[in-house]
Each structure stands twice: as C-alpha cells, then as structure tokens.
Design a protein around this ligand. Structure first.
Ligand code: PHE
Length: 344
C-alpha cells in the first residue's frame, strides 16, 4: 500500500475510534495513540526520509493535513463528551428540595452527668474547690488513714475489689480527703467527685457508681454548719419543700457520724416503693472529721475541726427524677436517656 493510502486508512480508523470512545478519558488516551509525540501520525513524519524526494512535498502536506483534521475531530468529540459528562454529573448531584428532610436527633447529657454538674454548681457556689483523687488507691488512703486499720470490722461495710496486696479500686471518695489534707492546711473546703467500686449488685446498688465527697476543715466548724449546708443543698437540688433529717450512724473516720435522709421526691414523703414506704431516702453519710484522721494528715485536732460528707450521685439522680432501678442508668437505652434534657 502506498504511504498516502495508508494515511487515509489511519484517518478513517482514528475517527472510528474517536466515535467509539465512551468517556473523555478514553478519548484522550486514543488521541495520544494517534497524535501524541510517539503517536501513529508522528511516525509518518519520521518516515519522511524513506520517501522518494519528488514525493516528499505532497507526502508532508498530507501528513500535516491529516494531523490538523484529526486535531479538529478529536476536539469536537471531546467537547461533546465533556458536555454529556457534565450534564450527567449535574443530574446526579441534583438536590430535590421538595424531599422531606432528615431529622437529626440532638444528644443530651446523661442524668448522672447532669446531677454531677449540678452538684458541682451548688457547692462551687458555696466556695468549695474541686479535687479529684485516683480510682486505683492504696489500702492506706482508702482505709488505714481513714481510721480503718486492717481487721477493723468497718472494712466489711464495703466489699472491696482488690487488685493485689497493695492496690485496690477505691470504695469511697473519702480517700481524697486524706490526699488533700496531706498537702494542705486549713482552711479547707473541698469537693471531690469520682467513680467508686464495690462488689455489690441489686436494684439500688451497682458495682461501679459515683460519689461526691465534701470536706470542710477550719476553726469553729460544727455539726450545725453541716446541717445548714445540707438543707441548702436539698432545697436547690430537689425542691423548696425538700427536707433533710439526720440519723445517728457510724463511720470510722467521722465522730459523731450521721446518715442524712431527704424526703422522697417520688411520693412527696407519703411513702412509695422507691422509699420503701418510709417517705425518706438515705442520700449520704456524713459527720465531724475524726480527730485521728486529722492527726494522720498532720492537722492539729485541737486547733481545727471539720465535717465531711459523701453522697451517691446515682442515688441523688434516682431521687430527683423518680428512677426506680439503678440499672437504667447503665443500660443506656436512648428511650430512657432521651427524657433528660438540661433545664435552661
Ligand atoms: N465514705 C462513706 C461511704 O462511702 C460516706 C461518708 C463520707 C461518710 C464522708 C462520712 C463522711 O459510705
């Protein structure tokens, strides 16, 4: 076949290929195959030296003409494909503004977080500073320094998770009292929130729960200060009509010790299943800091006195919201959790 005929064949083939290209990317690849620097058309240019001299001018013209023609053809196909691709993209990305919207569910704070934040608010307002102790404690901070030596029967009050001979999961945030008093001399006004752990499990007890510890040490601190502060706390936390009562109790680290009840919010004090018919719910333990505890921390018990209290955050949440099973607070069923919205 002579060269010029061959060129006509190439032209036909290239146009056919361009027609068949299904995307602008494929078209570009084909264009390179014909018109690229190493492409088929360029190869003809390189063959010029083998063409007899008298045929060279017409051959050169023909190659140029075919190259120009193909440039045009490919450009036209490219425009068409690009247009089609753009239309397709626009159609795909089209937003139907008449479709119903997707409702996003707003999250809410967990009732335990809500109550914890509220407690911190109330006591910070009274001038308490926040102090957080570790969850893994030594026997010394959790018990011994709190006037609860080994073999002390009070250790049985709290079933302890021991990690090894030395370490345990703290059973009470009271350990934080010692950690702070070791570092700081009175006046002390500390609030210590945190998780505590006990081997205990029923409708009102969970093996992990939250406590809020309070400690006030200064001169002339009395049980009256404790009672007045607790009354204020109950009024703010529950309702203006909430009442508290103190019952004598025992804790090794306080003397005297009391248990504090708040009138039941679920029944208004008439008696229901939540308060087991008594109209009262025990919310915290408290008392005057035992002088031996002050001594253990290097604070002079003849100069200073103090009170301490420890409350269960879950218990307060159950009382405040009328929740009858502590498990609801850890199951995290959103139908339950969705009912607690922060009050503004
Ligand atoms: N730590 C006690 C408990 O967990 C509560 C408490 C704290 C009692 C402070 C008196 C003073 O039961």
């Amino acid at each position: 076949m002579d060269d010029e005929k061959e060129l006509d064949e190439v032209l036909k083939e290239a146009i056919k290929e361009a027609e068949e290209a299904e995307s602008s990317r494929v078209l570009y690849e084909k264009k390179m195959r014909f018109l690229g620097r190493m492409g088929i058309v360029m190869n003809f240019m390189k063959r010029m030296k083998d063409v007899p001299p008298e045929k060279r001018p017409s051959f050169g013209k023909k190659v140029n003409a075919i190259r120009d023609r193909l440039e045009e053809e490919f450009a036209a196909f490219e425009e068409k494909l690009k247009k089609r691709e753009l239309e397709k993209k626009i159609a795909e990305e089209n937003v139907d503004v008449t479709m119903p919207g997707k409702r996003r569910k707003a999250g809410a704070l967990h009732p335990v977080s809500l109550v914890k934040a509220e407690l911190i608010d109330i006591f910070a307002g009274m001038g308490f500073e926040i102090f957080e102790g570790p969850e893994i404690e030594t026997d010394y901070y959790n018990f011994t320094a709190l006037n609860t030596p080994e073999d002390h029967p009070a250790r049985d009050m709290q079933d302890t998770f021991y990690l090894n001979d030395k370490f345990l999961l703290r059973t009470q945030t009271s350990a934080g009292q010692i950690r702070l008093m070791e570092k700081k001399q009175p006046p002390i006004k500390m609030l210590s929130p945190g998780r505590v752990f006990r081997s205990d499990d029923d409708a009102t007890h969970s093996p992990m729960f939250h406590q809020m510890e309070g400690l006030v040490v200064d001169d002339h601190i009395t049980l009256c200060d404790l009672k007045g502060m607790l009354d204020e706390f109950a009024r703010v936390m529950f309702s203006k009509t909430s009442k508290t009562r103190l019952r004598p109790s025992y804790f090794p680290f306080t003397e005297p010790s009391v248990e504090v009840d708040v009138s039941c919010a679920a029944c208004g004090g008439k008696g229901c299943s939540l308060c087991k018919g008594t109209g009262w719910i025990e919310v915290l333990g408290a008392g005057m800091v035992n002088r031996r505890v002050l001594e253990n921390c290097g604070i002079d018990p003849d100069k200073y006195t103090g009170f301490a209290f420890g409350m269960g955050v879950e218990r307060i949440a159950m009382l405040k919201y009328g929740i009858n099973n502590i498990k609801l607070l850890t199951e995290n069923d959103t139908r339950f959790l969705g009912q607690f919205k922060e009050e503004n």
